[in-house]
Design a protein around this ligand. Sequence first.
Ligand SMILES: Cc1cc2nc3c(=O)[nH]c(=O)nc-3n(C[C@H](O)[C@H](O)[C@H](O)COP(=O)(O)OP(=O)(O)OC[C@H]3O[C@@H](n4cnc5c(N)ncnc54)[C@H](O)[C@@H]3O)c2cc1C
Length: 501
Amino acid sequence: MGSNKRYDTIVIGAGVGGLTVAALLARKGRKILLLEKEGQVGGYVVSFKRGGYTFDATGTFLGGCQKGGEFYQILREIDAHEAIEFIPIHHIRNIYPGFELSLKQGGFSSYADGLMDLFPEEEKGLKDYLSLVKRIGDEIGSYSGMTLTKRILFPFYFRNLIRLHRTTHQTILDKLFRGGEIKMALHTLPATEPPSRLSFLFVAALINKALMEGVFYPRGGMGRVSHVMADSFLNSGGEISLNTKVDQILMKDGRPIGVLTEEGRVFEAPLVISDVNPNLLMKMLPLEFQRPLLKKTELFEYSLSSFILYIATDLDLKGMGLPYFTYLRALSDLEEEYRMMRRGEISKNPTLIVSIPTLLDTSLAPNGQHLLKVLVVAPYHYQERWGVTSPETYRRVKEEFFQKVLLQLESKLIPDLKDHLLFYEAATPLTLERYTGNEQGAMYGLASTPEQIGHLRPSHQTSIPGLFQVGHYTRPSHGIVGASLSGLFAARSILPQMQKP
Ligand SMILES: Cc1cc2nc3c(=O)[nH]c(=O)nc-3n(C[C@H](O)[C@H](O)[C@H](O)COP(=O)(O)OP(=O)(O)OC[C@H]3O[C@@H](n4cnc5c(N)ncnc54)[C@H](O)[C@@H]3O)c2cc1C
């Protein structure tokens, strides 16, 4: 291996977690190589072009982008904060069976105000809910500034974190509210788990950290986020090799010494950081290192996947008064909908999450045209894995599901859409899996159940010295900001272990 190129660290996978850790380490003068199997960086956070249209492959918004916000701070640390403009998303509409909530102001507090107007009889419960969420937020904030006193008096300072670490959202909702409607509205969150499975600490952290100050859309499309991070990395001297799939992690004396790519190229480094699914990471290791990890990965529970529709239309969506974001729910039983999905089924009227990015950024489509993205949380095993047995069956299953979603969209939100389709394309859970290596197309990595959050999520240092992991299967949580924070935390723990340049 003597003639091969040597680096301080190799990062496998250029998702947001991988980009963050790579950019942070490169800024500290370390020699970093980032290997990505696709022809572009970003993983889930990419945009793609079709003619004059720029579509976002997956995500709709992100939080923490305001000055001082968590994501803003990370971008600042890699000097990318001025290279991107975040547009605040104010206009949202949540439509539920029998009621709806429409907001022109961003932020969770205005969402709570809207709920208070709709459900005045639940005022006390809502106040208690917000106060509990805030107390947990304060404890989480205090936890990151841990002192010796706090460590000694841990149960005193972190009472709620200890008390509620096994609690689901359902338990809190049932305790504080009487009506099912407000519970449903409060569970409208970026997570695929129903109230009975979603960790309440996760919900509280999400509201405090990502939703409180509102959510944002990056001008130019979601892929812009990954591009500015990659640019920062390259400007700091980092190297990216695209279309390079890592096949094996090479080991010596119990530590990684480099990687072998699918094409047979070898890159050397004493530290390897993985931003890929932990099961795939395990399979990259020699057999004797796989066995201890297998026990852990077998127990992981993934989040659900999704079906995504990309549409271009010449309908005047702005004139129709549609907001950027619409959540359209027809079923009131969240638990039953989830149980169906775990059985591989999807309800007749699935929940639709509709976004219209051209209302925020007109440069994404030609004048007078709009882009729509419709996201349906969906199981990987629907109709025997979306009819993957033959290309014709796959196309048929996909087209039938597309028509079903279109019909629902037309009847509930955008009449005549069918006659005004200029372009459409769809992605299934299999598409997500193929492009990003997320097994079963898991949208959010590990499901955020009480058993898989906080310190119960895999840590960045694996059981193998010199091998680290980042991304939405690891701490602290999922989402663009969660994955980016995993990169930040990993960089903080790795830097002291690396030799100074
Ligand atoms: C449909 C959908 C909607 C979403 N909406 C939002 C949203 O609105 N807001 C939000 O905050 N989050 C959203 N998320 C979640 C968010 O996008 C993810 O949690 C986050 O981007 C995951 O980042 P990651 O670092 O874990 O890497 P990933 O995005 O999983 O990327 C992993 C990378 O590793 C590469 N790779 C895999 N194997 C190899 C290999 N062997 N060699 C080299 N490279 C390899 C892949 O090609 C990929 O680029 C959404 C996700 C989905 C699917």
